[in-house]
Design a protein around this ligand. Sequence first.
Ligand code: AMP
Length: 420
Amino acid sequence: MKMQSTQLENSLLNSLSKKESSFTLGHSSNPSPIVVPGQTIGMLGGGQLGRMMILEGRRLGYRFVVLDPASDSPAGQVADEQIVGAYDSPMAIEQLMEKSDLVVYEFENIDPDTVRMIESIKPLPQGSDLLCWTGHRGQERKVLQDAQIPIASYQVVTSKAKLVEAIEQIKLPCVLKVLTGGYDGKGQWVISTLDDPFPPAEIIEKGILVEKFVPYVKEISVIVARGISGEMEVYPPVMNIHRNQILHMTISPAPIKEGIRERAEQIAYRLANQLQFVGVLAIEMFVLADGTILVNELSPSPHNSGHITMDTTNPCQFEQFMRAVTGLPLRKSVRKNTGIMVNLLGEHQEAFFEQFAKLPSCAKVHLYGKSVARVGRKMGHINFVGDSLSDLLELINEMSIWEPLSGQEWEAFVAIANIK
Ligand code: AMP
């Protein structure tokens, strides 16, 4: 859905008054909000991330207008207004800008050209830089490499012959990934021998990332917020368990040694400092048995693994995001308790509703207002909070909403650290 940016830009620049573009994003050490409570924030995208951003932003007194192609979107339901329209519709974008004092995007698959064009007219503190490369695995690896962030060895190839050459250099096992568009594990091939099925030629020709398979023992992620003035707040690492390549569970704090926690947070600070972004960035990392950390992926917005902060940490990632983009000072994040987030997917919905009334008070339910449940579709999440992670895990394991943890998943949970 790539938009014809020049055409759109011209039509919009002509139709909007010049005085609206006279804003500056100051990088002063004493930030003042660029929008104040009562003013309106326009949002590109109406998904669950947007919904949770708005719920926090409303507490701070902001108004919201959402642009999404689907009516009754999760974010639209809690906004003051929703414009139903495509992200590349000049009319819809013009409407969004006319109604907004500041614009944000809530998800990462938005076209950077659209963002760049809006940013030339309205304050859009997140900017378009991060979006230009976080949506492209090859470019993302290059940025990480240039920033001297530890990553698995990789190459980008566009032919079968070069692919085989790259595998010989990197050495099996390898993971092949499409450069754009693949998410939640789609568009990936694990190659253990040269006889394993390769992606079709037409996919290879578009560009494939060949990456060393990482024998990780844990997947962790770190959320970092960065404000307009450059101030930063890092949330302690959480551990993630995926099922069918979709995030199943996040454990907070991550059961890792203190030294690994420190290094993971340092990586996050270093990256945030070098990237100079505004908003919230999630950094997914692999932890190896010897304690080595390799960064796997970045996400330029609040992240599913950060949803646990809604009930364990003050402020949560969504409030911190709203503070960052509006120019309010960030708050030091303070952890209130331990917690485990479990995603509610379409296939869990029926069992969940059977249990809903019986859930204990430590289960904080967050539903996204989606009316159609499909397998793999994120319908909501539950944050289980308390003092003991193992008690919470036992409680979750006894519920008949999800499959209990496998032996391997338990191992990731108990390995390395002493669990309280
Ligand atoms: P991604 O789409 O890159 O986040 O990958 C989805 C999932 O595939 C990750 O959460 C890992 O479980 C797995 N994965 C991705 N890259 C690698 C790798 N280089 N080695 C081992 N597992 C990987």
